[in-house]
Ligand binder design. Structure first.
Ligand code: NOJ
Length: 560
């Protein structure tokens, strides 16, 4: 199938439940397609690729932030929630994208970043110019410092990007004054969600995009909005030990956060069909489903597969527990193997199990050695398994090309604030954000006319869409075939385990005509009887001629 032969998406556009079983394709706009030749991807670039996405067979496009931003954190530092970054286009371009996507039967989900603004946001600029205790400062979390001269940060809370979560302000003459909270970079001041003005303003933003035809929202740091600001500020729980399941951490996953999202739900329900949402909430498994209640965001990301080795027990446990949780909350499950925050799964699976990924990136991807071929084989198997699961599958741009992490970006190229904030202790997430290779014969492999904002490695050539397009064995062809079959087969939210006795095999049936069988091991196993619908790699034959499933391979079978 070529780009232009768009699959007809048959789902009813007015179906309020479209999201329950959707395949959502995540676009990181600045690294997707650059039409104006400035080295940064743009909205018109996404529009130009809508036929590609429709032909791929996804149901929705999720856009990571495209709002005006100084890019202190890849766009997650938003200077204006109700506009498009001029570097990426205009609101007219955005309307054009919505029209093109809807015309092709695709939904549009936008990223909303409520925990913090950019320090360039008009509110923060006003706060800086205002006195302590002023209404302008009350939209954020400003506090006096501790110690005789206020020289000690108000609490020990750490920034997610390294260092303290507090930065002290100084007047023009250099006199130090209050501190402000930023759970991420200093350029990302946290909002105070106990302030009704903040709540109201986000309702306005949700309506602004919903009125423009946006179908849903991905909610950044959903678990961070409510903080316990009663003084003295309590120490936060060390992240390594996980958050407490009683909601007692002072900064994350507090019970008060749910009331905020009940308010959002009321806004979503003003629309027909209601707007949808998915929470990014890095909280204890038992509490993820609270965010996904139908009275709140409706769905929450399950990130467990992004942290799991390619291991049958881990996969099965994660699938079982998340299906149970989805049932409890009334949501559908979500499945994520890669996104813009984690090392791409082709690379994770090509490293020894448990390999420390930050250290691997620091070694430019040399230590331990990456087995590229095994990583890609397993990634294809894991993706095919994921696409057979009930619920929504979130596919990150480039995973359909089998892209590996670009592990050898050099210090001068790195943009992630993590690199600086950890004093070069962690490289961060740029390696999964390198612009996509579309055409092996074009400059920047078809990403755009100018040098891309992150350099592409030479090996991106073999992964280009143009190279994979006509090749039935390519990863792109695998995703296209799997998504076409998924459209035909994905009905209901059932899953039945099929026990075969081999511990390296994970086999489940969705319904009579659809089985998924994955061999997580290294040696081939007998393939259960049936017609192969899609296979992540070649099926072989044993000495007796009977079909065998090689290691690191998934097949979908119709066992008729
Ligand atoms: C989660 C986003 O996915 C990540 O990219 C970002 O850095 C943080 N939230 C802060 O907004």
């Amino acid at each position: 199938m070529t780009d232009t032969e768009a699959t007809i998406v048959t789902r009813d556009p007015s179906d309020p439940n479209w999201w329950r079983q959707a395949t959502v394709y995540q676009v990181y706009p600045r690294s997707f397609a650059d039409t104006d030749g400035d080295g940064l991807g743009d909205i018109a670039g996404v529009t130009s690729r809508v036929p590609y996405l429709a032909a791929l067979g996804v149901d929705a496009i999720w856009l990571s932030p495209f709002y005006p931003s100084e890019l202190a954190d890849g766009g997650y530092d938003v200077a204006d929630y109700r506009d498009v970054d001029p570097k990426l286009g205009s609101l007219d371009d955005f309307d054009g994208l919505v029209a093109a996507a809807h015309g092709a039967g695709l939904k549009i989900i936008v990223d909303i970043v409520p925990n913090h603004t950019s320090d360039q946001h008009a509110w923060f600029q006003e706060a800086l110019a205002s006195e302590p205790g002023s209404p302008a400062r009350a939209r954020y979390i400003f506090r006096d410092g501790l110690g005789e001269h206020g020289e000690i940060a108000p609490s020990t809370w750490p920034s997610n990007f390294g260092g303290s979560a507090w930065t002290r302000l100084h007047r023009a003459d250099g006199t130090p004054e209050q501190w402000y909270l930023h759970l991420f970079a200093p350029e990302q001041p946290d909002l105070d969600w106990s302030n009704p003005e903040v709540r109201e303003d986000f309702h306005t933003t949700l309506r602004f995009w919903s009125d423009r035809g946006v179908d849903g929202f991905r909610v950044d740091v959903a678990h961070g909005l409510a903080k316990d600001l009663v003084e003295p500020l309590r120490d936060a729980n060390p992240k390594d030990f996980g958050l407490p399941i009683d909601g007692s951490d002072p900064i994350y996953d507090r019970d008060e956060v749910h009331e905020i999202f009940e308010g959002w739900r009321r806004v979503f329900d003003e629309y027909d069909p209601p707007r949808t949402a998915v929470a990014e909430a890095w909280v204890a498994r038992e509490r993820v489903s609270l965010y996904a209640r139908p009275t709140e965001l409706g769905q929450a990301f399950n990130f467990e597969l992004t942290r799991a080795d390619f291991d049958p027990v881990r996969f099965r446990t994660i699938i079982e527990s998340n299906l149970e949780l989805a049932e409890q909350s009334g949501a559908s499950s979500t499945w994520v193997l890669s996104n813009h925050d984690v090392v791409r799964h082709a690379s994770r699976y090509g490293l020894p199990q448990g390999a420390p990924l930050d250290a691997w990136l620091l070694s430019d991807g040399t230590e331990p050695a990456l087995d590229r071929e095994a990583g890609l084989r397993r990634a294809r198997a894991a993706s095919l398994l994921m696409l057979a699961l009930p619920g929504s599958a979130y596919v990150y741009q480039g995973e359909e090309l089998g892209l590996h992490e670009v592990a050898d970006l050099q210090p001068d190229d790195l943009q992630d604030p993590v690199w600086i904030r950890t004093e070069h202790g962690r490289k961060g997430r740029d390696g999964c954000r390198v612009p996509i290779p579309w055409d092996e014969s074009e400059p920047a492999f078809g990403f755009g006319a100018h040098e891309p904002h992150l350099p592409q490695p030479a090996w991106f050539r073999e992964a280009a869409v143009s190279v994979q397009d006509g090749d039935p064995s390519s990863t792109l062809s695998l995703y296209r075939a799997a998504l076409a079959e998924r459209h035909r087969l994905q009905q209901g939210e059932d899953l039945t385990w099929v026990e075969g006795g081999d511990p390296s095999v994970v086999h489940f049936a969705r319904h009579a005509g659809w089985h998924s069988v994955t061999n997580f091991g290294d040696v081939d196993v007998a393939l259960p009887a049936g017609v192969v619908l899609v296979s992540s790699g070649p099926v072989t034959a044993g000495a007796d001629g009977a079909p065998r499933l090689p290691g690191g391979t998934t097949v979908w079978l119709d066992p008729r």
